[in-house]
Design a protein around this ligand. Sequence first.
Ligand code: FCB
Length: 783
Amino acid sequence: MTIAGFPEDFVWGVSTSAFQIEGATSADGRSPSIWDTFTANRAEACDHYHRYPEDVRLMKELGMAAYRFSVSWTRVFPDDSGKVNQAGLDFYDRLVDELTGAGITPYATLYHWDLPQWAEDAGGWPARDTACRFADYAAAVHERLGDRVGTWFTLNEPWVAAFLGYGSGVHAPGRASAPDAFRAAHHMLLAHGLGVRALRDAGAAEVGAVLNISPVMTPAQVSDFGRTLSEEDAEAVARIDALVNRQFLEPMLRGAYPAELLEIAERHGGLGHVRDGDLDVIAQPLDLLGVNYYTPLVVQAQPSEPAGAAFPGSEGILFCTIPTAVTAMGWPIVPNCLALLLDRLSGEYPDLDLMITENGADFVDVVTGDGIHDVDRISFVEEHLRALRGAVEKGAKVRGYLVWTLLDNLEWADGYQRKFGLVHVDFATQKRRLKDSALWYRDVISRNGLTEARPRRPTLETVAARAGVSRATVSRVVNGESSVSSEVRATVMRAVREIGYVPNAAARSLVTRRTNAVALVLSVPRQGGDALTASVVQYVTSLLEGAGKQITLMLADTAESHRRIVAHVEGRLADGVVLLPPDRGDTLAERLSRTEVPVVLLGKPPIASMVPYVDVDNAGGAAAATDHLVSLGRRRIGMICGPMDLVTVQDRLAGHRTALRRAGLRPHLAAADDLTRAAGAAATHRLLGDRPSLDAVFAATDQLAIGALTAAREAGRRVPEDLAVVGFDDVDAASATTPALTTVRVPVADQSLALARLLLSRLEGRHTTSVVLPARLVVRESA
Ligand code: FCB
């Protein structure tokens, strides 16, 4: 077996944080932090405060060399008196002893987002004094643990703490104020600088900080990073990079804020809080930068876009979804970006030592009778390690890699539903169970590398080959049939365990009563109308597979197939159903929704119901298209509608009518029998025959519009001079017509993502409502 090895002294381990695992929130004098206030009834977490010996033992068994944990500030300073609570520090004292006793090197993070509530009450991070308090706290912790803890990290991901905590308010303390977010960020940087100084004065061996660094790129760059960008896109990328990455990297490592950032902060509350000398304090020399990487930020210039609350100053920038596999968090999986960001850091800061302090993934885990076969998590870590190894070979100075995280835990505002752990925790009993990923990671650590072959999802055939039995026998065993001898059963089950085979849906449902399968039901595509459906099928499949679901594609084309689909769902062979698109006014959606299995729809159903759907704003898009024609001075505007039983067509017509009414114009409509180009051409001929003075045509779909272009040519009309033409959907062909078609863009990837998310939320039993996404006019030559 060839090994893709890592440097000899490479450090392997895991990261955790205090609030997410400790529990015991009022033990030994601890007072509430902002997260206790923000999230009620979450006190117990993993009860690590009491169970740390077991957790350390697990890490030892897995061969971990390093453990990064965070210290809870409110255990050390429960109030603002400045008096250290030694009983709180005792816990970390015990933990560090346990770790060093097990041969595991402790890495301490001082601030992982759990600000004391008393400090928040005194103004929180937007107040300068918080930074000074932090320095006292750093010194107090070092005083107690400095003899055994060599490496110290001041802050974890200050961007998240400042901009989600004070900007968008989705994290504690839940304030939503751009000026507060910039002030918080600056004071966190100041706290870092003062903290580094305090730690060094106290004799700390090594000091660093942990930043979330997200490569920023356009959708096209995700697969081709070298691609040249338009000036607008390059500016959008640079601005987000300044907000998220350079706002922290450059003050810490270069002693200055990026100019773009200062300009944005200036517009959001001013820079009065940045005092002379602050940047010198912030730019203390560092021994190590911790890098947390999960996913890139994908953006593009979009003039009308308002700024998001977490990104003040991001006006005119659209945050894009991309059609890659995603984790259950919905985060795109792009391992190459890890290599990209390491190349960048090594290029910009060649002398700096790096460590991957967090990387990992949330996936829906299935607990089976014979373990938790979390193949997706294994592939995630494996692919990122491969990217990391490539970067190290190219010279990136990366000392080690810490998986986020040891235990399934309390994932901040998302609560307990997120599963990032290598170790499963049953929160009813606090029982820990190693997932396959933990065992796989143990092997990576012990061989200090990856095996050359990529782990492939094992199949029934692989199990059969390993166990030396037929495929049918394996199938009988995993399906729990009794016709197999206990000896053969044992051999097969051993093979299943050894290669981490995930039993099929039927076998799983025996243990979990969940199949992990999702039925993707396709109605019969309309003639000429299936381009959107085809790409949505592709995206939805990859998104749901990325979230660990198995997809069963089912075609709803006959009454018999409807019966079969309902029986399939009633027989609980699927946990959920995605139905696309439910036109024709059929009753399948209603019948499926009565099965109690979660159903989500692509497209608004013809009859209002409780079933949630994802749709685009068809009426709004059609109104924008019509307004555009009016703004060009067109007054005699015809519309090609398409079959009127389609809800989409009805909505587009309604939007068109509204815009005409606003402009004081009368409609001229022609229905097309289907959505083909031929139908579009025929309808256009009719419209022009009835009303030769027509000066514009709006078609309900691009295919119809392309037919209209042909018909205009045949009738001797010049487009756009004599006749302006606008379509809807922005299919691939729309930009390739002569002249190129002005149309309304339907966000395909966003719709797919919204559908997948809607279904995953419903599967988790969460309340969901329908999603209507904006449709945007794309102006080209035809109008
Ligand atoms: C990081 C945090 C960590 C955890 C992971 C999923 O941003 O540092 O606590 O929430 O994300």
